[in-house]
Design a protein around this ligand. Structure first.
Ligand SMILES: Nc1nc(=O)c2c([nH]1)NC[C@@H]1CN(c3ccc(C(=O)N[C@@H](CCC(=O)O)C(=O)O)cc3)CN21
Ligand SMILES: CC(C)C(=O)C(=O)O
Length: 278
């Protein structure tokens, strides 16, 4: 397969994005967008818009399954969502999260879960959270032929240990993050998510790594930016984290359509003649 030198975003790439394309993009100094997706229509839309990487995140916990956080999410819950996203895309590289409890037992479990997710979903990569404690697992998974996206900084699966939704990397914690990022790259990760870390630490990590950094609340000096789609598009209405920018009012649009439909039913305006069989 040829690897044309077209930009990752806005280019004419007509095949699925590969981890090699992401490495090349970093070499060319190209920034790229990433979004979560959990279903067919958002996947189709984001793929058509040219988003090069889609994440079937365990953020499905609080954005699909109505849990408070990502802790209760299972492999069984994530697999069908990832399968739908893969089936609905032809261009995006699809990454599927390893849920809490599906890899923390060690490299054997991490590899077994990764293989299961690759076989059952058709995703092109997996993502897992953590620094030095998961380095050996990342190495094992990558060795088996499964691309791994790492995720450090604020790691939501550890929210109970971290004491809430808190910015990471302040003070000496910054050195720990740089050390973890270097070790994850060395272990073979193809990219690393930096969540809620200071812009200064994120810039330092981005400069030191050869693999792309994907920021979420990590400031501007990273290689890519990811947001949960319901945050990006204005689908939800609770208080947003500081790092979110809403680019739409999908919730408002849906509310308006829903009320118009309901009003028409109540008034007898819908269905009209053109919606009726005789
Ligand atoms: N919809 C959604 N967006 C996300 O970004 C997201 C999820 N869900 N679920 C999984 C994790 C959890 N994340 C979160 C959740 C909450 C805050 C938050 O409340 N942040 C506040 C408070 C920070 C503080 O107390 O210092 C903020 O203003 O940033 C941040 C990240 C990021 N991820
Ligand atoms: C917020 C992103 C990075 C994530 O991990 C998720 O969606 O689960």
């Amino acid at each position: 397969m040829t690897h044309e030198t077209v930009p990752l975003y806005g280019g004419k790439l007509s095949r699925r994005v590969t981890i090699r394309d992401l490495r090349t993009a970093k070499e060319r100094g190209e920034r790229w967008p990433m979004l979560t997706s959990y279903d067919m229509y958002t996947a189709e839309i984001f793929d058509a818009a040219g988003i090069p990487v889609l994440l079937v995140g365990d953020s499905a916990g609080n954005n699909v399954y109505a849990h408070a956080d990502t802790v209760p999410v299972t492999v069984e819950e994530l697999v069908p969502l990832a399968r739908a996203v893969v089936r609905s895309t032809s261009r995006a590289l699809v990454v599927c999260d390893l849920p809490f409890g599906s890899y923390q037992l060690g490299p054997e479990q991490a590899l077994a879960t990764s293989i299961r997710i690759m076989k059952e979903t058709g995703a092109q990569a997996v993502k897992l959270e953590g620094g030095l404690p998961v380095v050996e697992s990342v190495h094992r998974i990558v060795e088996a032929g499964v691309p791994v996206m790492a995720h450090i900084g604020f790691t939501p699966q550890s929210v109970n240990a971290l004491g809430g939704y808190r910015v990471q990397g302040r003070g000496t914690d910054g050195d720990r993050l740089v050390e973890a990022a270097l070790a994850l790259e060395e272990a073979g990760a193809f990219a690393v998510v930096l969540e809620m870390v200071t812009a200064e630490v994120a810039a330092e990590v981005t400069k030191r790594l050869h693999i792309p950094t994907v920021g979420i609340g990590a400031g501007p000096d990273v290689d890519a930016q990811v947001l949960v789609w319901q945050d990006m598009a204005g689908m939800r209405e609770d208080r947003m984290p500081r790092f979110v920018k809403q680019y739409g009012d999908v919730r408002g649009a849906l509310l308006t359509a829903t009320r118009a439909f309901a009003d028409d039913v109540v008034s007898g305006t819908f269905p009209a003649e053109e919606h009726t069989y005789h």
